[in-house]
Ligand binder design. Structure first.
Ligand code: BG6
Ligand code: MG
Length: 209
């Protein structure tokens, strides 16, 4: 019986994944190379700095730590600019209903996101109150696929990993959920994620077992 549900944010509750992609693509073009949606799959779920390192690998570019920090900051400023217009209407199909249904059954809810912008996004979406715990990129030091983000959420919910399910749209997130010992539910329209315990196309398809 599932007692806790941990939700990734970008790409599961809200379609911010497209803005991450657009902001990285702008940066890649400025640096003189193209960055495709296929390349972008590798960046999903991973931290901002790790994403930048992957991007630079794709462009075969090396630079100093100070330059990397400057670029990551530039990408983030552009991304946050894109987020300004975000409203509750940007919640993905079925997201709020799914959380409400789980809460009604007594399931505890946590966020488990790599994003340092998560508190701002939750505010914009007006859903902060639906969470018993929020774990985001400001609280963890090891990026997915490391299980730290989900183990922290499990701990804050005062549950065991095997009592929790994780909703994820990224391969790094599915791997992190499995490494944490949780049930991994892939939210995967394209059918490209591997190793999940269950796959759904969107949260509107989720029915409590
Ligand atoms: C994850 C996204 O949720 O957060 C990644 O899937 C992103 O694409 C990561 O890089 C970090 O986000 P932010 O908002 O802290 O740059
Ligand atoms: Mg995601």
């Amino acid at each position: 019986m599932v007692k806790g549900a941990i939700f990734d944010l970008d790409g599961v509750l809200v379609d911010t994944a497209k803005y991450h992609y657009l902001a990285w693509k702008e940066l890649a073009l400025e640096l003189g190379f193209d960055f495709t949606e296929k390349d972008n799959e590798q960046l999903k779920g991973v931290s901002r700095m790790r994403s930048l390192e992957l991007l630079l690998q794709i462009g075969k570019i090396s630079m100093t730590e100070a330059q990397k920090l400057e670029l990551a900051d530039r990408k983030n400023r552009r991304y946050v600019q894109m987020l300004q217009a975000l409203t509750k209407a940007d919640l993905l199909e079925g997201a709020e209903a799914c959380i409400l249904q789980l809460r009604q059954k007594g399931v505890k809810i946590s966020l488990g996101s790599a994003s340092k912008n998560a508190p701002f996004i939750l505010e914009k979406l007006e859903i902060r109150d639906l969470f018993d715990a929020v774990v985001d990129g400001n609280m963890v030091s090891r990026a997915k696929p490391d299980p730290e983000v989900f183990l922290t959420a499990v701990q804050l919910l005062a549950l065991k990993p095997e009592e929790c399910c994780v909703f994820e749209d990224a391969q790094a997130g599915i791997d992190a959920a499995k490494a944490a010992g949780c049930l991994a539910i892939a939210v995967d329209k394209a059918g490209i994620l591997m190793g999940a315990d269950m796959t759904i196309h969107s949260l509107s398809q989720f029915q409590m077992l």
